[in-house]
Design a protein around this ligand. Structure first.
Ligand code: IMP
Ligand code: MG
Length: 207
């Protein structure tokens, strides 16, 4: 992305950048409370470690852990995708690994969005090799139409159509993570930077 386009995005008021709100803040909060209650029941009295994949899932993670009413630990990983950027290769580079071993632990991996599924599929296989006692998945958003790898996801916040979304942690060009809702960008916002909806062209380096 050029310096000019980045400056244009920063100068654009949110109202001029967002075409429509897909999931509003109260709806997100209500769904997280419901998921948190289910997670609480599943793990009550047991060991639990939540792992957030930086950066997209931090807002979801922050609300989710406060909706879980049983003691648990948290940790963070950061990844980036290899490849040309024109296709989700499924090869993921670890930029920041976990602080501690997960061997014998009950792990819950927290994701912002599952698109092709390649990133999550790679992470799950990598974490399974470290022999956790259990490994479950929770994602705020799911784009089932774009799935290329079958994934068994334990909790899904919302299944959404094949639109490029931002807000509540999700970014376009590192911006819009702070919006309290999930919104669809106006096409003119990304026409310069081209967010393609086919074959993972909209994947950026860091999640
Ligand atoms: P996957 O490997 O194709 O499932 O890619 C998942 C990653 O792509 C997510 O963790 C996001 O960082 C990014 N991503 C996919 N769709 C969107 C979107 O609509 N908005 C923002 N980021 C997205
Ligand atoms: Mg991500």
């Amino acid at each position: 992305m050029s310096v000019q386009i980045a400056a244009h995005l920063r100068a654009l008021p949110f109202d001029d950048a967002i075409e429509r709100i897909l999931v509003d803040s109260p709806t997100i909060q209500a769904r997280i409370q419901a998921i948190g209650a289910e997670i609480t029941e599943k793990y009550r009295g047991q060991d639990l470690l939540l792992i957030s994949v930086l950066k997209g899932s931090i807002v979801f993670m922050a609300d989710l852990i406060r909706s879980i009413d049983t003691p648990h630990e948290i940790d963070f990983m950061a990844t980036s995708s290899y490849g040309s950027g024109t296709q989700s290769s499924g090869v993921v580079r670890i930029l920041k690994d976990l602080n501690k071993s997960i061997e014998g632990r009950n792990v819950l991996l927290v994701e912002d969005i599952i698109d092709s599924g390649h990133t999550l599929n790679y992470l799950v296989r990598m974490l399974q090799e470290r022999q956790p006692a259990s490994l479950r998945l929770v994602t705020l958003l799911d784009k089932p139409e774009r799935r290329e790898v079958d994934m068994n996801v334990d909790w899904i916040g919302f299944s959404i159509p094949n639109d490029f979304v931002v807000g509540y942690g999700l970014d376009y060009n590192e911006l819009y993570r702070n919006l309290p809702y999930i919104g669809v960008l106006k096409p003119h916002v990304y026409s310069g930077g081209r967010v393609e909806q086919s074959k993972g062209l909209h994947k950026r380096k860091e999640d």
